[in-house]
Write a protein that binds this ligand. Structure first.
Ligand code: ZN
Ligand code: ZN
Length: 441
């Protein structure tokens, strides 16, 4: 990326810059002692400062030393790029964090393509850097002046948001983080004279199934046309991305869409969110399998398979604490305020039954299928902690007693309370664990 050190003005500077690049702290310190002004020198061609070189090469100690000498964190190189942009480009997460702590500005645009550090993190697929910058945006002055949502959807000189770049460059993790933080799923790149492409068009061009899946799950429109009048399906076909084309084909089944507009969905706890997101991904993977079956394409092993556990545990658990709606999955979600429980798949089916529509949001807010009361909140169904189970072992009648208590606690929905024997099986798992979300089909 043109961060070479050749053409430094003299051997002393070259030596200094090389020490910075190699992370030789002692050498950097001694150079600074002898030539304090060297701190403000730059390489001749790229006009890289020592701070740029340290950031691009992930030299945290050197970077910290330079920052402690009151070097401004937002120095600019020849292309008006900041050290933060270079750290984000190269995925140097520790340096990204350090620069943000030092007050680096996240809303600087370079002169190459008018990109910010967020564009670069998304383009190069460094999801940890992307997440860190987004988190910082909540607290930085940018949130006050620009607004957080506007920052996440910031455009480069070609009208590209970070989401467009992540979709085009086949970065599904970055696509997910951006969508989760308010990136507009259907934003066109559009200049003032043309409609431009949506992230889904660019994902179709890139041919990344994971990106297409994420975008569809967040409600991307398969029928939106680009400036040439093409829908994403046509682009995927043209680029010979058969699997993507199969999912983008408007005549194939619609995916379940994350019910983002529902108020209780935006207020989910992280644990509950993981359960529901996993269930959504599983449901859509199943749909993909059906779509791709019969085509010449087979589905590679799903990216979320690592959250699953072996079949034995799953089938045991599902024997004992089944969801009373589907009788297939374990109860993992509890509806508030009524306390009724069901599995994550059924919860989602309930919320996604009607396509989320902000206009009709109030009238279509889902209700608890057991008592018809409006859903105020969703929480992870309470399972016992290890300590509670330890306490209980003091009683030899633990299992039967807990069982009775549970039935008494939920008068009209006894079947909704998991029988107690299941607790023993769940003991090894944290509540956020998805082990009981096994897809049995
Ligand atoms: Zn269910
Ligand atoms: Zn209820």
């Amino acid at each position: 990326m043109g961060h070479g050190l050749s053409c430094s003005r003299n051997p002393t500077e070259l030596e200094f810059f090389m020490a910075v690049r190699a992370g030789h702290l002692a050498k950097v310190e001694s150079s600074l002692r002898i030539y304090p002004d060297i701190l403000y020198q730059t390489t001749i061609y790229g006009r890289l400062s020592a701070l740029h070189i340290a950031a691009a090469n992930g030299r945290l100690e050197v970077l910290s030393l330079l920052l402690s000498r009151s070097v401004h964190p937002d120095l600019l190189n020849r292309h008006r790029q900041t050290p933060l942009m270079l750290a984000a480009m190269h995925g140097k997460i520790a340096c990204v964090q350090k620069l943000l702590e030092a007050g680096a500005n996240i809303l600087m645009f370079d002169s190459l393509l008018g990109r910010t550090c967020l564009h670069y993190a998304a383009y190069f697929g460094h999801s940890d850097c992307l997440q860190t910058i987004i988190s910082a945006a909540h607290y930085s002055p940018v949130a006050g002046s620009w607004g957080f949502a506007r920052f996440v959807n910031v455009r480069d000189g070609n009208g590209m948001t970070p989401l467009h770049l992540a979709a085009r460059q086949r970065r599904p993790n970055c696509v997910h983080i951006l969508l989760d933080n308010g990136a507009l799923v259907g934003a066109p790149t559009g200049g003032y004279r043309w409609a431009g492409s949506t992230p889904l068009h660019l994902a179709a061009r890139g041919g990344c199934l994971g990106c297409v899946r994420e975008l569809l799950t967040w409600g991307a429109d398969r029928l939106q046309r680009d400036s040439s009048g093409r829908i994403p399906y046509v682009i995927a076909l043209k680029c010979k991305h058969g699997e993507c084309a199969a999912l983008l084909n408007p005549s194939s089944a619609e995916p379940l869409v994350w019910p983002k507009p529902l108020k209780f969905i935006s207020d989910l706890s992280p644990d509950t969110k993981v359960l529901l997101e996993t269930a959504l991904m599983e449901a859509n993977l199943l749909r993909e399998k059906k779509i791709l079956k019969g085509t010449m394409f087979s589905l590679p092993s799903p990216p979320h398979s690592e959250v699953k556990v072996d079949d034995d545990t799953g089938s045991e658990a599902s024997d004992t604490e089944l969801c009373c709606i589907c009788f297939e999955q374990a109860c993992t979600i509890e509806v508030q305020d009524c306390g009724h429980q069901m599995c994550a798949h059924c919860t989602l089916a309930l919320c996604c039954y009607k396509k989320p529509n902000t206009a009709t949001l109030l009238s279509s807010a889902p209700v608890c299928p057991f008592c018809r009361s409006e859903i105020a909140r969703l929480e992870v169904a309470k399972t016992k902690t290890a300590e509670e189970l330890d306490k209980d072992t003091s009683s030899k009648l633990r299992r039967p007693r807990r069982s009775r208590n549970f039935c008494e606690g939920s008068s009209s929905f006894k079947c909704l309370s998991p029988p107690v024997s299941s607790f023993g099986k769940l003991i090894g798992h944290k509540p956020a664990d998805n082990s009981d979300l096994l897809d049995k089909s």
